[in-house]
Design a protein. Structure first.
Length: 389
């Protein structure tokens, strides 16, 4: 056995003890479970086992055997039976990977390059297999009433982290981030996941106030089911993505959820395309305030905001917009003239479509999200477009 592998084997016990200390310090779920079960010895035994087998097999250029994977799965099952939560398991697996890589790096010398590469290559390939075995065992060890929901939660978390998962290499999902008005306790979170289980919707609580759903398409029914089970109003934002890039879609959906309307029965799945105005201006307060000036100007005329909303929602079709407003087309024309007089912008012009539709979208979402819209107009806030057509 080379110097690197010998050094790693000599440090197995020390590294394992340090790892258990890190788990207990960094993972709240482990501290709670250990306090209830006093399972420190079991944790240490497994930390020693996985390190010793990793060093021995990597040195011999052999993969994990069936017996190894069975032992790893058995530990995963035991952890579930002891009440270790899904988030705590994933956090520990992430810590374990980082610690193992750090241990190899600390033990290596410049002349150990070949063995270092061999060890890292082994960890990359066999670490995935060990992780899958552990989580399979964990899923089998949870309470039968939670087994299906747990498998879907594990799948959701793996997909959102862009980890390899069973199934098609590339599959499209709609990622929906649901931000509840108030954090739910663990029991409430479990109720929501159980409500989604019959439809086999991968879902996970990434925080007490943040639920994420993965659906095959624009499926409002699943979102409404989750909201009904939560029993509190929510903001929900969605974005589509494909496996391997869902972490990026999750980031966009989170931003959309920040500015989405608060609803207790969502009217639709709001995507970035629906909310890009609010998402954009939220990052630039001065632009938000400037755009709000047009909203305040429109609020000085009766029904001007509602008229523009119907006008743009009906693709500027006068007849359809008038019908939606239950008014005569000539009344619609009068109101559109008032919009031009008030803002200095023709709502049918290219500038008007871009600018006024954005102002309408901003004002509408602020109204739905209960943001206080100050509709008083000052000379400073009034749009500077009065002389423009």
């Amino acid at each position: 056995m080379s110097v690197l592998f010998t050094t790693l084997r000599d440090r197995v016990d020390e590294n394992a003890r340090q790892a258990v200390d890190v788990y207990a310090r960094e993972v709240a779920g482990y501290r709670q479970a250990l306090a209830a079960t006093d399972d420190t010895i079991g944790l240490l035994d497994f930390a020693v086992f996985i390190r010793r087998r990793s060093v021995d097999l990597a040195a011999a250029a052999r993969p994990l055997g069936d017996a190894d994977l069975t032992s790893i799965a058995a530990v995963g099952r035991q952890r579930a039976e002891l009440g270790f939560s899904v988030p705590s398991q994933r956090q520990v697996l992430g810590l374990h990977t980082g610690l193992m890589v750090g241990e190899v790096h600390d033990a290596s010398r410049p002349e150990d390059v070949t063995d270092l590469l061999r060890m890292m290559s082994w960890l990359g390939a066999q670490g995935v297999r060990a992780r899958e075995a552990y989580l399979r065992g964990y899923a089998r060890g949870v309470d039968p009433s939670r087994a299906a929901a747990t498998r879907l939660e594990l799948l959701a978390r793996a997909l959102l982290a862009d980890e390899p998962t069973p199934g098609p290499a590339a599959r499209a999902y709609l990622v929906t981030v649901v931000r509840v008005a108030e954090p739910l306790p663990a029991a409430g979170q479990a109720d929501v996941l159980r409500a989604l289980t019959p439809a086999r919707v991968p879902a996970a609580w990434l925080a007490p106030d943040e639920l994420v759903l993965l659906t095959a398409g624009d499926d409002l029914q699943h979102l409404r089911r989750a909201v009904a089970a939560a029993g509190v109003p929510v903001r929900a934002g969605s974005e589509s993505g494909r496996t391997g890039r869902l972490a990026e879609a999750l980031g966009w959906a989170r931003e959309a959820a920040v500015v989405a309307p608060i609803e207790d029965r969502p009217a639709k799945l709001y995507t970035v395309a629906d909310l890009f105005v609010e998402m954009s201006v939220a990052r630039v307060p001065r632009i938000d305030a400037w755009l709000g000036g047009f909203g305040r100007a429109l609020a000085t005329g009766p029904d001007l905001m509602a008229t523009l909303s119907a006008y743009y929602e009906n693709d500027m079709n006068r007849g359809a917009a008038a019908a939606a407003l239950n008014i005569h087309p000539r009344t619609l024309d009068y109101r559109l003239r008032r919009v031009r007089e008030t803002t200095g912008v023709d709502p049918a012009s290219a500038t008007g479509v871009r600018l006024l539709s954005a102002a309408v979208a901003r004002a509408g979402l602020r109204r739905l999200t209960n943001v206080d819209a100050d509709f008083s107009v000052s000379d400073e806030d009034r749009p500077g477009w009065a002389s423009r057509d």
